[in-house]
Design a protein around this ligand. Structure first.
Ligand code: AMP
Length: 284
């Protein structure tokens, strides 16, 4: 807690603060192709002197990773998922690993200090390889994290993905990861009926290619009980972050209309990037 308090009051002796600040100082020049991005006047624009700094919000399992990773490929900025950083740390048998496993496997949030540390390290490592900008996924997850992020750098746009909660639970239970290449898949075939004014929704499974099929694993926190706990924690701790960015005029709400084939083109359209993808594939 003391470290966090120091973090909020800029002080030259706070190493986390320095790390975090240094990590987030972006210097790259936006390339020509990247400057054609969305021109919707409702959205905050990235500064012309640097790359995109976006955040993805939404309940666990909504699809933040899927869409953030696709946009990261399209825009040429890194997709940084704090959940991946946490899982990497807990599988690395480092000093934090058993402590982290216990928290994550109960669906609780890891401490801000640990998250800032992992994030700082990841951003620093990326910068040393020439990365700039980011699409953050799974961070910020509390108002405090959002406030600290705000002190460190400017976020251009926050995309809030939304989906019916019954579908989210089904999606989490169907989620699989290839233990070798790390790619995510989903074996659930979703057919949610229309009810209480909500439209019905179908999603085809996202099946792995043959070389991944025998290596699929399920996340330890993707059980029904833990998914429900993660949703409860999201509503309590993370939903206020939506309002935080709404007040700043940076929040773009996006109701997912279905699976990737229906949602991806609509998301690009909402971001005014539909044209961008056509141009990119034409030059590829
Ligand atoms: P995710 O893959 O985003 O669902 O994250 C998996 C788990 O990592 C979460 O349930 C938390 O325990 C932890 N975690 C990820 N990001 C954060 C964060 N920003 N703050 C606190 N805990 C986090």
């Amino acid at each position: 807690m003391a470290a966090l308090n120091r973090l909020l009051k800029p002080s030259p002796s706070s190493s986390i603060s320095l790390l975090f600040k240094r990590s987030f100082s972006t210097t790259a020049i936006v390339s020509d192709s990247q400057s054609h991005h969305h021109n919707n006047p409702n959205f905050a624009q990235p500064k012309p002197s640097r790359n995109f700094q976006w955040v993805f919000l939404g309940c666990p399992g909504v699809g933040k990773g899927t869409y953030a990773s696709r946009l990261s490929n399209l825009l040429g900025v890194p997709h940084i998922a704090t959940g991946d950083l946490v899982r990497h740390e807990l599988s690395s048998s480092g000093p934090l690993s058993s402590q982290l496993a216990e928290i994550v496997n109960q669906g609780k949030l890891v401490s801000d200090e640990i998250i800032f540390n992992l994030l700082s390290k990841r951003i620093e490592a990326g910068e040393s390889k020439g990365e700039s900008g980011f699409i953050l996924d799974g961070f910020p997850r509390t108002i405090r994290q959002a406030e600290i992020l705000d002190q460190v750098t400017e976020i251009d746009l926050v995309v809030n993905l939304k989906l019916r909660e019954d579908v989210i639970v089904e999606k989490c239970l169907g989620r699989r990861i290839c233990s070798q290449c790390g790619k995510g898949f989903n074996v659930a075939s979703i057919n949610a009926k229309a009810e209480n004014g909500r439209p019905g929704m179908s999603m085809a499974p996202l099946l792995p290619p043959q070389h991944c099929a025998s290596k699929l694993i399920t996340r330890a926190d993707d059980t029904e009980q833990i998914v429900k706990e993660r949703l409860r924690v999201y509503h309590e701790k993370s939903q206020p972050v939506e309002d935080f960015y709404k007040t700043q005029g940076k929040l773009m709400e996006f109701d997912l209309p279905g699976g990737i084939p229906e949602s991806w083109p609509k998301l690009l359209e909402a971001l005014n990037l539909d044209d961008f993808e056509v141009k990119r594939s034409a030059v590829a």
